[in-house]
Design a binder for this molecule. Structure first.
Ligand code: BGC
Ligand code: NOJ
Length: 833
């Protein structure tokens, strides 16, 4: 018999995923913080913290791709007699009598029980605070008095996560700390603080301690592992002061608990910045500090650079009591009540409810905050915010906190070039375009239209169009955002190839289809090499579909704005744009149709990509999705035919693969595309991000049953085999191994993926069919025929709509969508299919 192991389950009432076996098939992580201070935390306490930017402000150290997996984090050790254990099982891996990890919305609670001692740690970042709170509750569940030794552990990163992992000749000599023993005990990390840095980090506990360590070697032992720190084995810390090498922060507390007694400790792991003139406490004070404040520093008496700790003190004081922690935790939960109340569905399908009401929306928030920067698959040093990625992430999030989406749009648009091209990425800390990767990805500009129009439909805030936004952050170069949109649209118009189809540039959405970059040198990056535009015939059908779909959004916007402002030029602009869109549709019908599906591209030489004439890579998903969504060639039945072909050739048990057959040989003229082994990533993997494009195209074709079937195939709530899937069963992953892979169904790259936003758009607006428009709230469901009824509560602008959709006759779509006019207040409607 085939046995399926379950490592955890959903607790919908609490909005948590509960992991009951620490040996998950891969670390299952969560995200703390949703403003500026963030933490990644695995189900065993692994992970790290950073402030705003995972590369430039890394606070604690993490070793990616290490052995054993996930072996750095925030750890607590309990020494009970000769037994040493961790509440999260790792790193000691002492078998626990009970283990539970509850990942909730921006918090995680890890509980371990061993020999009748219970240690439960709640981790979260309070709203408006730049610190992770760790509330540790120790309980003696035995009938005897127990004396325990408790050690905390965090390892500091020397701020820049990239150089921290490479520049050891410097790093191993720069580390500096301060230790402060007031009523609380705080360890400060201040490497480079005396010079160009104005920030420090700290790790405190709200009580006196029996000892501490700040030097890794002293605490762990040079040849020991984190599972056997010498200090813990010895049952006492060494009060070590870090002088270079690897600074850490560890508190040592001895605690005696009566039978049944519980004690709480509040640890704060925080980050603060000081103004230049307020960086240090003054000289005389600093000389006397070490006496009256129990202050010890790496430099001792000679230290002229004692940190001004006012800001940290305020936080440490604020979270001195359990009541304060509880209040801040309640505030975080209330924020999530509010965020999730914007769109809520009630149906008879608990998995649908769970995805829509909790997990999909939660993942959208996380992805919006992180872009692709930091996960267990993204090291936080490689990438900043993607231009296309951030615009897409925005549509998953805009209904939750529209003001943050507004700022994001301005930030993104500010990295655009005057010809409409865009920096492909920018760093969140500086908001500057990233020169390493540069521009030339020809789909990028259209996404700005996609993101901005979604924002205005949600909010009705047309004023964003008048915002003055620079080109490439150059002061003085500002033009209106509306002008940015026009130039974005024209970037495609101005860059078409021999068939009148959009030139692809370095790549379109598919980063690996690099049709102008030929590389035979393994030391080159595919995306930033070459881009031989001279003489290139490389055109993209994906951009063609994107242009038609988002171009129509641009037309609609011009008309709506023209109506509002009575600016005549805008109606003419709409007409002009329509002309280009029609021309593009004709070009696709004439040169982009392969007989039974849409071609994917023409390569540098003008040869077809994604055609039945090709040996491999005969059909690609992106063009079926986008040209299908745009319904190009609808009068000739093209979208329907393309969907049938996709169902026949791309579909599988776990979702639709990106291309078929996957490439088994290297095609230099396709760039990175054929470098992946067959069935993985962009070469025949199930790229969850683009499945929703097909699902939306299916709803546009009125195929509710097909849309629902594909929606469920890639949804985490429907995962059957957690061992096979491996990654978190509560969030989407970027890719699931495709049907030609060695292990079809194995997931990778969880959490940070445009999949979250696209599935949100798909289920909320296209399947359940509740869609904001300029005129009103459109109700246009396209559902499986056996879904008999559901109710959506949608808070939209200053109104609340309660919409009941009834489907007594088992239909798949409405004949005509209804548009409910926008009117503040509460409204109830019932619609029948
Ligand atoms: C590709 C990577 C590429 C990355 C860049 C991914 O989907 O598989 O190889 O470097 O996108 O954004
Ligand atoms: C991941 C990138 O972040 C995204 O921009 C791209 O579209 C996909 N990979 C597909 O290649």
């Amino acid at each position: 018999m085939y046995m399926v192991t379950e490592y955890g389950k959903f607790d919908d009432a609490k909005r948590e995923y509960v992991i009951t076996n620490p040996k998950t098939p891969f670390p299952w992580i969560n995200y703390l913080g949703n403003e500026d201070f963030f933490g990644l935390i695995s189900n065993t306490g692994g992970g790290y913290n950073f402030y705003k930017d995972a590369k430039f402000r890394r606070i604690t150290r993490y070793r990616y791709n290490s052995v054993p997996m996930d072996s750095a984090g925030r750890y607590f050790y309990v020494k009970d007699g000769e037994t040493v254990w961790n509440p999260g099982w790792k790193p000691c891996k002492t078998p626990l009598d009970r283990y539970e990890c509850r990942h909730g919305l921006n918090y995680t609670r890890i509980t371990g029980v061993k020999n009748q001692v219970r240690a439960s740690v709640l981790h979260f970042v309070p709203l408006g605070v730049q610190a992770e709170i760790q509330r540790l509750t120790l309980t003696n569940e035995s009938a005897e008095k127990k004396t325990l030794k408790l050690f905390s552990y965090a390892e500091w990163c020397l701020w820049n996560a990239a150089t921290d992992g490479e520049n050891f000749q410097r790093n191993l000599s720069t580390g500096e700390v301060e230790i402060e023993r007031l009523g609380w005990t705080a360890i400060y990390h201040k490497t480079e603080y005396k010079e160009r840095r104005n920030h420090y980090a700290y790790y405190s506990v709200n009580c006196p301690v029996n000892g501490f360590d700040t030097d890794r070697e002293s605490f762990v032992g040079l040849y020991n592992e984190l599972s056997e720190p010498q200090a813990v084995l010895d049952g006492r810390s060494t009060d070590s002061i870090a002088h270079g090498w690897s600074p850490i922060a560890s508190h040592f507390i001895e605690v005696t608990l009566a039978p049944g007694e519980s004690k709480d400790y509040i640890f704060v792991l925080g980050y603060e910045e000081n103004e230049e003139e307020k960086k240090f406490v003054n000289e005389e004070k600093s000389a006397s500090m070490s006496h009256n404040n129990g202050l010890i520093t790496s430099l001792g008496e000679k230290d002229h650079h004692i940190i001004n700790k006012e800001r940290a003190h305020a936080i440490i004081r604020r979270f001195a009591t359990v009541e304060a922690v509880e209040a801040a935790f309640a505030e975080l939960n209330a924020l999530w009540d509010e965020l999730l109340s914007k769109y809520h569905v009630e149906s008879s399908d608990e998995r649908l409810n769970r995805m829509v009401n909790i997990w999909n929306q939660y993942q959208c928030m996380v992805t919006f905050c992180m872009s692709r920067s930091a996960s267990f698959f993204e090291s936080g040093v490689g990438r900043g915010m993607g231009f296309r990625d951030s615009n897409q992430d925005l549509v998953g999030f805009v209904h939750q906190i529209p003001s943050r989406a507004r700022q994001r749009i301005i930030d993104i648009a500010s990295t655009q070039f005057p010809d409409g091209g865009c920096y492909h990425q920018y760093q969140p800390l500086t908001k500057r375009g990233n020169n390493d990767i540069g521009g030339g990805f020809n789909d990028d500009p259209m996404w700005l239209i996609f993101g901005t129009t979604a924002y205005i439909r949600e909010t009705g805030d047309f004023s964003i169009l008048d915002e003055m936004v620079p080109w490439d952050n150059e002061p003085g170069s500002e033009v209106s955002l509306m002008e940015h949109l026009r130039i974005s649209f024209d970037h495609v118009v101005n860059n078409v190839g021999p068939h009148g189809l959009p030139l692809i540039g370095r790549a379109d959405w598919n980063d690996c289809l690099n049709l102008n970059c030929f590389s035979n040198d393994p030391n080159e990056s595919f995306q930033t090499t070459g881009n031989q535009t001279e003489g290139s015939k490389a055109e993209s059908l994906m951009i063609a579909g994107l242009f038609v779909y988002c171009g129509r959004q641009y037309v609609e916007l011009c008309k709506a704005q023209g109506e509002r402002t009575k600016e005549e030029g805008l109606q003419a602009e709409a007409k002009r744009a329509e002309g280009h869109i029609d021309a593009m549709c004709k070009a696709v019908e004439q040169f982009g149709w392969d007989g039974a599906w849409y071609l994917r591209a023409y390569d540098f030489y003008g040869n077809k990509v994604g055609s039945h004439e090709n040996e491999e890579g005969k059909i690609f998903i992106e063009s079926q999705g986008w040209c299908g969504m745009a319904r190009i060639g609808a009068d000739k039945g093209m979208p329907e035919k393309a969907l049938d072909s996709a169902a026949q050739l791309l579909d599988s048990e776990h979702g639709m693969v990106l291309n078929w057959p996957a490439y088994t040989t290297y095609h230099i003229e396709l760039g990175e595309q054929s470098t992946y082994p067959a069935g993985y990533k962009e070469n025949g993997g199930i790229f969850c991000h683009n499945n929703p494009w097909v699902i939306i195209a299916q709803t546009e074709a009125g195929r509710g049953n097909d849309a629902w079937t594909l929606y469920r195939k890639i949804s985490p709530a429907w995962i059957k085999d957690q061992d096979l899937h491996r990654v978190e069963p509560y969030v989407y992953c970027q890719m699931v191994a495709g049907k030609e892979a060695a292990k079809p169904g194995e997931g990778k790259n969880s959490w940070l993926t445009g999949t979250a936003a696209w599935n949100w758009l798909t289920i909320s607006q296209h399947i359940l069919g509740i869609r904001p428009t300029y005129e009103g709230l459109m109700i246009n469901p396209c559902i499986p025929s056996d879904l008999k009824e559901y109710k959506v509560t949608r808070k939209w602008r200053d109104a609340e709509y309660i919409i009941t959709v009834k489907n007594p006759h088992g239909k798949q779509h409405v004949d005509q969508p209804t548009v409910l006019p926008y009117e503040p207040g509460r409204h109830e409607y019932t619609i029948e299919l």
